[in-house]
Design a protein around this ligand. Sequence first.
Ligand code: URA
Length: 250
Amino acid sequence: MMRLDRILANARIGTRSQVKKIVKAGRVKVNGAAAPSSDIRIDENTAEIEVDGKPVVYAQYVYYMLNKPAGFITATEGSVPIVMDLIHEDARSMFPVGRLDKDTTGLLLITNDGPLAHELLSPKKHVEKEYIVRLAHEVSEEDMQKIAAGIRFEGEEYKPAVYKKISDTSGSIILKEGKYHEIKLIFKALGNHVEALQRIRMKNLILDPSLKEGEYRSLSEEELADLRSSLQPSAAASNEDPGHIPADNQ
Ligand code: URA
């Protein structure tokens, strides 16, 4: 059993508050009858739900925030330790959103929501990823300017990134792309060396500081709604067509 608003939000009909309005407007039917309110509990596996006469196919999406420890490969299969070994659920349909190097720690979103993962990883979206980096040598003002201007190294081009100093040999760095070993190679290009790397944010999803390495938890409804709306501000802000069901959800 599950609340109707949760089911509709999971099916990407809208945020919880948008869904509430849609239900109030009498646009949602459950088993043929207009739903009286968005907080009724229904059996998501058997109920027939319609929004504006269109059936809603319920997809049980899951979203976990993992604090990845070092030593795990970001992969869904393999005999070496992989991040999915840390998820103690039936994780067969899940996958990590983006890759962290084996020795990188921190925020990794694990989900079975392909469309959302696609949005987060699409190079067109320029999704911000923020890391804390510890370096072997001091990062100079000149290095920071080079990072901000973008770096060419070994035939690759790394787009401008924002580095902020925490100490002489540590700082935060925000990337808007995700090339292979990007941060390590940026600092290699500057004659430095990354000693430790931790991802702390992806878009507006922030690593929960209370999660120990190797631990994970479900995203809160608020985190998920914020993440979705940050990716699709116009769609989330619009009440025009919230009954539209994305094809990938069918
Ligand atoms: N950049 C790297 O070099 N490694 C990571 O894991 C992530 C970004």
